[in-house]
Design a protein. Sequence first.
Lengths: 236, 236
Amino acid sequence: MKAWQEIQLQALQTNDSEHQLFQTIVSLAAELDFDYCAYGLRLVLPLNNPKIVKTSNYPTAWQAQYQAKNYCAVDPTIKHALCSTLPILWTDGLFASTAEFWEEAHSFGLRYGWAQSMRDVHSATGMLTLARSDEPLSETELAAKAFKMAWLTQNAHIALSRRLLPKLLPEADTKLSNREIAVLRWTADGKTSGEIASIMKITERTVNFHINNAATKLNAANKTSAAVKAAMLGFL
Amino acid sequence: MKAWQEIQLQALQTNDSEHQLFQTIVSLAAELDFDYCAYGLRLVLPLNNPKIVKTSNYPTAWQAQYQAKNYCAVDPTIKHALCSTLPILWTDGLFASTAEFWEEAHSFGLRYGWAQSMRDVHSATGMLTLARSDEPLSETELAAKAFKMAWLTQNAHIALSRRLLPKLLPEADTKLSNREIAVLRWTADGKTSGEIASIMKITERTVNFHINNAATKLNAANKTSAAVKAAMLGFL
DNA sequence: ATATAAGCTGTCAATATTGACAGTTGTTAG
DNA sequence: CTAACAACTGTCAATATTGACAGCTTATAT
């Protein structure tokens, strides 16, 4: 079990690629008796059509099928992950309204599984799924493995999102100046430029100047988008 | 160790008060050999001056001191919690620039400790701190207890924030209509009312109508604030 | 010394927003 | 049947925003 105690350092301090890191996660999953393992990352932005990336050791044919049929939009575990960070067990009830999806998954050997998600300071959501073909998953087993699941979800997300985020969401690397942050904070709280000018004892012109600079840096079309992006990415 | 496997059900399904729940957490902390235990919840809104509530079994005098001197604004563990969900260990280095704070904590018996935070779908941040007076905290001990810490942080936050959030942030209970959500999403992505009208094939007047209704529900002064609130609270 | 960045300010015209007036239609739950 | 609600539309005036012009000061890093 040494690996469990070392992965955190490894995951965060080494220069391992996403692929290498994911292999480490796969082997930790195997130690928990799960052959299959999947990590999904969903960014928040843009709010219409947010980006999702997936990595798994599922059968290639199933990965292709999932992608082709856009099962992301249907998958009840993803729905759950987006509104709760509690672990969710694959049960017939959960998949009741998505029978086709559930049967196809079965046909690829994905039968018993569970998933847990977390959200980070950039509002990105990471979901880790552990699954297998043969052995049913009892409540007892879940309870016994819940600690490691919580930990693995966290660390998998931290390690993988660190590597994926800069590529997928360049705005996350933006540096805002102190003034830009202050002005955007008040903006996000619903103040007009004029009100912010009074509060900060500067000209309205200057307020708009800072907002505009921030919006440019954040690749935002206007101040509403700039405020939302800055808030969601944790800059405020 | 039965308690560990049962707290999740208990925390989520019972009608226990915050106080009772916190006592459960205290006893789980004790099983991990920590006498002291603190849970802090920080809401995001308003972005200027966000609300923070704390619960702990720290000496009453220290709690009062912490509050009186507004140590929230200084505490390096809070700073860390707001930008990372990794556990953080109380070290002299961490408190190097806040010597007075650190020494006072010592004088109340708070010497060895660590903390971990998480963020939920409402963008609220929860931080759990475990501490004690006597026994130093080795890296080995941390590594061995990291799983339970991750789990406890999650469950403490889920259970306590469920009870605290409605009181502290009434907007979190708002129900937005489908149209309001759609319009706010496009707004948050930086579209003007006119553009949204084209996209959704409705009048600009109707777009503004929906935005205005959503802003009223969300207690927002204007559409920027409405978009930020809705996005941060996970409605979009 | 000099470049770079942050911070600050001015004006003007074109657009966008908000607020307050007043309505219609269709669906759903009691 | 009726109340409640979501969705939709109209006009008009007062405010707010954005974009494009141009320029100053101060601090920090090379």
